[in-house]
Design a protein around this ligand. Structure first.
Ligand SMILES: [Zn+2]
Length: 416
């Protein structure tokens, strides 16, 4: 029995306690499921793996009812080493909707993909100890998919469920920036009241409050090839110019002011007796405000104008800010306080703090949807082969989201 049920007095609270105990009882099955899901590779570009993961999730959600759809996404576009656009296919998104006309509509989201490609050595989940699993995506985000499924299952078992409609989106491309699923996130933001995203909580159980914005840029620098010994003066060295720009970009870092720039990729050249005519440079920018975005674009564009004025060079900038900063809006603050209250009922003191990371919560905020985005399992060292998660947090966090929904459904708390 949960601590909460000790205080149960009315039939409503008894119902709530019953739902929460039901979640606890599902933990062993959820743990076994997570071990299987983690060992099923779903690197962002492993289309078959991502689709297989969606198939399994569709099976797990089937008992909840709702209408499920598989949605094809536009291919992922990126600049290749020749400076050309390269398109790569993505797996399908899985969307499930139930009671779309209910008075209160909630959007729940989690990604199917992981950062571990099919060729990556980290493929199999393992049990570290009674309460800890290590495996690809155990925290980010497959554990969260199970939290979401359990929370909604608890709602569907409640007599008050009719008051809440829900829309679930499992997208295949969050780890590569949600380029393809961005339109689905925007659609969802327009027809729901708030969003719950199941990214992992911090290792201490805390959640993110504000998030920085992020932009990815590709710079294609072209020059002119020439023989390095016979006529180097006729060449225009693309690597030298790209490197000068890389140094300037790096110098623009202002971590204290919340602006960071990471030159993460530089590729060009080949034979050492040829002046290289092509260099591809890629960088990521993190910002705290929309003004920072504009300020940075102004500086970068001025830099490019100067570089483009060099005879024999041509530069092309691609990409942009795809995830605007996510400050804590009024709606998000309200959602945080409802979650805090649910946490207290479960004996969990929830804390919120800012992060430089970003996720689909940024997209939802930009589209006007209040949301909290670390409602998945407790874990850490994500994006590395040391990724771990707390098994018990599957039930703990499912109860947290379930209690939020059940209290709203019972009219014990109000959205607005
Ligand atoms: Zn994630």
């Amino acid at each position: 029995m949960t601590a909460f049920s000790d205080r149960a007095t009315s039939s409503n609270t008894a119902n709530l306690a019953h739902s929460l105990d039901w979640i606890d009882a599902q933990l062993p099955a959820a743990r076994a499921e997570l071990l299987r899901l983690s060992s099923l590779n779903s690197g962002s570009f492993n289309v078959a793996g991502v689709n297989a993961c969606a198939d399994r999730m569709a099976e797990l959600f089937a008992p909840l009812g709702g209408s499920a759809e598989r949605i094809e996404l536009a291919p992922f576009r990126a600049t290749d080493d020749r400076g050309e656009w390269r398109k790569r296919p993505l797996g399908r998104a899985l969307r499930i909707r139930k009671r779309p006309d209910a008075p209160l509509r909630v959007f729940l989201c989690g990604h199917l993909d992981t950062v571990f490609a099919a060729e990556h050595p980290f493929q199999i989940a393992r049990v570290v100890d009674e309460d800890t699993l290590n495996g690809p995506g155990v925290a980010d985000l497959k554990g969260g998919l199970l939290v979401m499924q359990l929370a909604l299952s608890a709602l569907e078992r409640s007599p008050n469920r009719e008051r809440i409609g829900w829309e679930v989106l499992m997208n295949p491309d969050e780890e590569i920036g949600s380029q393809g699923s961005a339109p689905l996130l925007n659609e969802a933001a327009k027809r729901n009241h708030f969003g719950l995203i199941f990214e992992p909580a911090y290792a201490d159980g805390g959640l993110a409050s504000s998030r920085k914005g992020s932009g990815n840029f590709d710079l294609v620098v072209r020059g002119r090839a020439a023989h390095a010994g016979r006529n180097p003066q006729e060449g225009r060295n693309a690597i030298a110019l790209a490197s000068a720009i890389a140094v300037q970009l790096h110098a623009m870092n202002q971590p204290d002011a919340g602006l960071t720039i990471n030159v993460g990729y530089l590729h060009g050249g080949g034979a050492l007796n040829i002046v290289p005519d092509l260099c591809v440079l890629k960088f990521n920018v993190r910002t705290e405000t929309h003004d920072d975005e504009q300020r940075l674009l102004d500086v970068v564009n001025a830099m490019l104008r100067t570089a483009n004025a060099h005879e024999g060079h041509a530069l092309e900038l691609r990409g942009g800010f795809t995830r605007p900063p996510k400050p804590v809006s009024e709606g998000t603050a309200r959602l945080q306080s409802l979650l805090r209250a649910s946490g207290q009922q479960l004996g969990i003191e929830l804390s919120f703090r800012p992060t430089g990371g970003c996720c689909d919560g940024n997209n939802l905020h930009a589209a006007g949807l209040p949301n909290v985005d670390n409602l998945g399992v407790i874990g850490g060292e994500i994006h590395s082969d040391r990724e771990w998660m707390r098994v018990s947090s599957i039930a703990e966090r499912a109860k947290l989201s379930a209690l939020l929904l059940l209290r709203l459904a019972a009219g014990e708390s109000q959205w607005s």
